[in-house]
Design a protein around this ligand. Sequence first.
Ligand code: ATP
Ligand code: MG
Length: 352
Amino acid sequence: MDVVLTGDRPTGRLHLGHYVGSLKRRVEMQNSGNYKNMYVMIADAQALTDNAGNINKVRDNISEVALDYLACGLDPEKVTIFIQSQIPELCELSFYYMNLVTVSRLQRNPTVKNEIQLRGFKQSIPVGFFTYPISQAADITAFKANLVPVGEDQLPMIEQTREIVRSFNSTYKEVLVEPEAILPENSMCSRLPGLDGAAKMSKSLGNCIYLSDSSNDIKKKVQSMFTDPTHLRVEDPGHTENNPVFIYLDAFCKDEHFAAFLPAYQNLQELKDHYQRGGLGDGTVKKFLNEILQSELKPIRERREVLAQDLGYIFKMLKHGSQKAEEVAAQTLQEVKTAMGINYFNGNELNK
Ligand code: ATP
Ligand code: MG
């Protein structure tokens, strides 16, 4: 049976990219009941790797992310939700894994390269940030997770983890489990672009629709979205590929949305054909997208508002989840240390 682990950095509230890229899949998996254990980690220690001076931001967003989880349907009775920094075993594992990875291997990681550029680190890259793929390997292997539902940007991290697992198992003993990434079935969801057309909707880029946004904010954000810059007049032919409005429709639109909100068309292909031919204005398409997003996000927002009334419950749930997670990580750490031959003591005896 599968062991599933995923996580999110508490650098902001969760957005549509998280929802289609990973969160929706987690809830489906949880509800299928078809797994042995499922862990969801709030990666505060990882968030600190590029927010060292911004403790309050990370701290405040822990409960925001937890609220987003529960509002989307994650159920703490079925899933262990925990806070990364509360599991010190993860640091210890990272420390040993560091010896199995070279600096040049980390330098080749395309996601880290891209994030270094986006964050403007230039030569001043925090060591913690540079090595976060190793700490991610600790997060995944501590729970012996074999499945990790993620967006596309995480593929290099999973690959790095797999290499560490192979290296550990062949250098010491078969203890660790090689994980597999699961991407969303709809490829448009693996990397949802930003409202501004940037390659990725990302908390750090501020180009997001958040799951908690008010109905008015969603409407304003959709209206301001980047579309096809060559589609100047309604009658001009337009491009649907690389057009975020159509990419969002690819990610969210179902045929029944047409019956409900835009009955002049039967399906998305008809709408795309019209846009490409010319004669369909961005305003109409955006209005349609707004209706769809409003209907998808309203129940999430309403559940979130109710949950936010009782933050005491949220922190109790996180504490309990962290305790449960630590027990599992501690067991793996013991196995790791035994495999490495550095579990020196057995009570007062020396381990051979
Ligand atoms: P930050 O900018 O702080 O890195 P982020 O928005 O990239 O934040 P993360 O917490 O790093 O969010 O990512 C959590 C999970 O959500 C990962 O599995 C990631 O692949 C997925 N994810 C994040 N953004 C998107 C997106 N735009 N499209 C699809 N999946 C996404
Ligand atoms: Mg990220």
